[in-house]
Write a protein that binds this ligand. Structure first.
Ligand SMILES: O=P(O)(O)OC[C@H]1O[C@H](OP(=O)(O)OP(=O)(O)O)[C@H](O)[C@@H]1O
Ligand SMILES: Nc1nc2[nH]cnc2c(=O)[nH]1
Ligand SMILES: [Mg+2]
Length: 164
């Protein structure tokens, strides 16, 4: 089964929703002190920026990995940029965990980090320390940076065209 067959539904996240969810996660981290944030690029970059602002963290680093090309997951994880510490005292941020393949790879690099994703699917959720909401395994999450506003035809027009 190709990966695009795994996904039967879409969960489209607006900028507003993402921002709200990130802020709610940050609320529970307010009393913790972190050395800095490591964002898992690219998906973790925007959540990491929002979190850095909320928690007043100025030190932000990245690990850069590649796993998916559109909806298709490749065989392995390409690590384009690693990191030279074990994550002790650091917050590790990605946008989501799905199969857990990426999470497993970055966990290995930063075993001591507090690992947070905004969304988590069942196959990968055990690999992260914290997430905002769970999303079904058969659902593809559409982030606001991958989408845009578009005209939607009225239902009546669509029906009329169907009858033509
Ligand atoms: O749990 P998994 O099945 O490994 O999937 C989760 C990963 O997939 C996406 O990254 P992607 O590799 O698409 O790259 P991107 O962050 O550059 O968009 C997402 O940002 C996670 O990092
Ligand atoms: N945008 C996006 N990237 C992913 N990578 C793995 N799963 C997903 C998903 O549901 N949405
Ligand atoms: Mg990613």
């Amino acid at each position: 089964m190709s990966n695009s067959d795994r996904y039967q539904h879409y969960f489209t996240v607006s900028w507003d929703r993402l921002h709200r969810d990130v802020r709610e996660l940050c609320d529970s981290l307010l009393n913790r002190r972190f050395e800095g944030i490591v964002a898992v690029a690219r998906g973790g970059l925007i959540p990491a920026g929002l979190i850095a602002r909320e928690l007043d963290i100025r030190l932000v680093d990245t690990v850069c990995v590649k796993s998916y090309d559109k909806m298709e997951q490749g065989e392995g994880i390409d690590v384009l940029k690693g990191i030279d510490h074990d994550g002790d005292g650091w917050l590790l941020v990605d946008d989501l965990v799905d199969t857990g393949k990426t999470a497993r790879a970055v966990r290995e690099m930063l075993p001591k980090a507090h690992f947070l994703t905004i969304y988590a699917k069942p196959e990968g959720r055990e690999l992260v320390d914290q997430y905002h909401s769970e999303v079904a395994q058969d659902t593809w999450i559409q982030f606001p940076w991958d989408t845009g506003f578009a005209y939607v035809e009225p239902l009546a027009d669509r029906r009329r065209r169907g009858q033509d």
